[in-house]
Design a protein around this ligand. Structure first.
Ligand SMILES: Nc1nc2c(ncn2[C@@H]2O[C@H](COP(=O)(O)OP(=O)(O)OP(=O)(O)O)[C@@H](O)[C@H]2O)c(=O)[nH]1
Ligand SMILES: [Zn+2]
Length: 210
């Protein structure tokens, strides 16, 4: 992939040609065909004939977040004079481990305390943000931080807390083969970093949500 990288969140941005790098369907199809050959399969047998095109389309969808600017997701905000915690829990999360290109999946919990004007964003936009960053080759720690940092950038809130719990299929289906292992990551910004009571309140709500 060509182009330079935006240091804020590693979004590929326009290269010297001014063109934003996009998804190369033909290249992806060829790569899948090569992979099938490398695995000892016959990509020309009936069941596999359309597989390279299907897999390429699937990758286009799974990595669509590489080509979307996260700041556009949070472009609409509302002044609601709400100065207390907003917490969205159990956002379903499907991402792809960048080490093995297999899925990791779980849930995300995202909370923030708005700025002094009480500026909030639409609740769905928080789920969209998680989805966007999840649709990239990822590690869970970076995904967690990117969601937190995007909220800080766009809402300038008093604090942000993001907690993610996920199972990595690279640890379940292969390698160490420990299905059921869950990884928890968190990213805290602003008041959640400095105030133990604010952090504890959010974590209690996340823990006690069921
Ligand atoms: N920190 C972190 N590690 C991850 C994540 N997803 C996968 N990994 C780990 O990435 C590591 C890659 O290790 P390597 O030794 O390079 O690869 P490997 O030989 O396939 O490792 P094994 O999975 O132990 O077989 C493994 O320990 C994975 O469990 C993630 O989101 N965060
Ligand atoms: Zn992995």
């Amino acid at each position: 992939m060509t182009g330079t990288v935006n240091s804020a969140d590693s979004v590929p941005v326009a290269g010297p040609s001014g063109r934003r790098p996009g998804f190369d369907q033909a290249r992806a199809e060829n790569a899948v065909r090569e992979l099938l050959l490398a695995c000892g399969e016959n990509p020309d047998r009936e069941g596999l004939r359309d597989t390279p095109a299907r897999v390429a389309r699937a990758y286009r969808e799974l990595f669509a977040g590489l080509h979307t600017d996260p700041d556009t997701v949070l472009s609409r905000t509302f002044d609601e004079s709400h100065e207390e915690l907003v917490l969205v829990t159990d956002i379903p999360l499907y991402s792809t481990c960048e080490h093995h290109l297999v899925p990791f999946h779980g849930v995300a919990h995202v909370g923030y305390i708005p700025d002094v004007q009480g500026r909030v964003t639409g609740l769905s936009k928080i789920a969209r943000l998680v989805d966007l960053y999840a649709r990239r080759p990822q590690v869970q720690e970076r995904l967690t931080s990117q969601v937190a940092d995007a909220l800080v950038r766009k809402l300038d809130p008093r604090g942000v807390i993001v907690v993610m719990e996920a199972e990595h299929l690279c640890m379940a289906m292969r390698g160490i083969r420990k299905p059921g292992t869950r990884t928890m990551t968190s990213a805290v910004r602003g008041i959640f970093k400095t105030s133990a009571s604010s952090r504890a309140e959010a974590l209690e709500l996340i823990k006690g949500r069921r």
